[in-house]
Structures are given as structure tokens and as C-alpha cells.
Design a protein around this ligand. Structure first.
Ligand code: GRF
Length: 207
């Protein structure tokens, strides 16, 4: 069973989808620690409710290097093998990226390489999608490298933009798909069905 560490900054609904999927036996892995960079992240409450070890390293009270070093220390302490960024907003850098090469994944609420990169997070992504007028958006699960939203793509799900959508309505529609896509990616990584070669990711055993 792969040991998983989940990093959150907010509500943690994606974390919840992982907790539920593990409980249902869909993923054969174990979340050994949940870490937040914000004190008020509800994801930490979700971890506590599920009996999972958790910690907060407040990004407002420490520098980026210290934040990353503290996270790495805790991931090692909990023997984490796979790191899942589930709505984590700080930048991971340095040793974490090297140690967990191709073992850190992120979920982003658009079809990368559109509407991603620095400044594209949360509701801003959906606002930009509607302002541009694209007819299709979606979500992407990808490996994390030293750039922002630039790593090899694992899965993407296209979601239609509907007439009259507000950013909030679109966000909610896409989030429902995120809650299926992220657990599926974690399931397949845990079962050794995901192989990376350069930018190419090959996958077997999809649902
Ligand atoms: C999701 O839309 C995810 O794609 C993005 O941040 C949001 C986190 O939502 N990276 P939640 O905290 O999992 O509810």
C-alpha cells in the first residue's frame, strides 16, 4: 500500500474524495499525513474527522524555504511515497521536487495548457475562462515539476461551458469531475499503472 501525503490550502473537497475512495476500497493506498499552509483550511478538519495525522505550517509566518523544508521533514517522518496537491496554493520548490520526482501530482481546474500558470487559481481560472469565451473547459491531473502547472499530464476531462454560466456555477460543475478524476489517478498510481517517459504519461487499467 502506497503511503500518501496530501497538501491543502482550502476547503479540501478533493481531499475528501480521496478519503472516501480509500474507505470504499477503490484506492489501495493510505493517507498518512495532511498538511496545510493556512491556518483556516477546512481540509485540516476533514483530516482530523477521518483520524489522519495533520499539521499546519502557516505561510504567513515563515519564508518559502522554511515552509518547504518543514513540509519535506514531515513527509519523510510519515514515510510518504506519493504527494497529492489538492488545492495547495504555495509553490513547492527545492529538495521536495527532487526527492519526489514524478511522485507529486496536482489537480488544476482547467484544460492545461489553457488558463494555468502563475495567478490562475481558484475562481480566477473560471472567471478567465468565461471572459475569453471558450466553449469547453475542464480539469487536469498532472505531475508536478519545478514550473507552475507545467509537468507531464496524466488525465484531462473536458467539461462544457453552458450559456449563462457564472464562474461559481462552472467551478461547481468542474469540481464534480475533479472528484472522480483525482481518485482515479491516485488509484492507478498506487497500482503501478502509470508510467512516465519525458512528457509522455502512459496509463493502463482505466475505469
Ligand atoms: C480545485 O478546484 C482544484 O482543482 C484546485 O483548487 C481547488 C481545490 O478545491 N487546485 P478543494 O479545496 O479540493 O475543495
Amino acid at each position: 500500500m502506497l503511503k500518501i501525503g496530501v497538501l491543502v490550502s482550502g476547503g479540501g473537497s478533493n481531499l475528501q474524495s480521496l478519503i472516501d475512495s480509500i474507505k470504499e476500497g477503490y484506492i489501495s493506498g493510505e493517507i498518512t499525513v495532511v498538511i496545510s499552509d493556512r491556518r483556516d483550511a477546512y481540509g485540516i478538519e476533514r483530516a482530523k474527522k477521518a483520524g489522519i495525522a495533520s499539521a499546519v505550517f502557516d505561510r504567513n509566518s515563515m519564508g518559502c524555504e522554511e515552509l518547504n523544508a518543514s513540509i519535506l521533514r514531515l513527509l519523510k517522518k510519515h514515510d510518504v511515497e506519493l504527494v497529492v496537491l489538492a488545492g495547495y496554493l504555495s509553490i513547492l520548490s527545492g529538495e521536495i521536487i527532487e526527492k519526489y520526482r514524478n511522485m507529486i501530482i496536482n489537480i488544476h481546474p482547467s484544460l492545461i495548457p489553457s488558463f494555468c500558470g502563475p495567478g490562475f487559481y481558484g475562481i480566477k481560472v473560471h472567471r478567465a475562462v468565461l471572459e475569453y469565451g471558450v466553449k469547453v473547459s475542464g480539469c487536469t491531473v498532472h505531475f508536478v515539476d519545478c514550473g507552475t502547472d507545467t509537468g507531464p499530464i496524466i488525465f484531462q476531462k473536458a467539461v462544457e461551458v453552458m450559456e449563462g454560466d457564472t464562474p461559481e456555477v462552472l467551478q461547481k460543475r468542474i469540481l464534480e469531475h475533479e472528484h472522480r478524476l483525482l481518485p482515479e489517478a491516485v488509484r492507478l498510481i498506487c497500482s503501478g499503472n502509470v508510467k512516465v517517459c519525458g512528457r509522455m504519461v502512459s496509463i493502463t487499467g482505466r475505469d
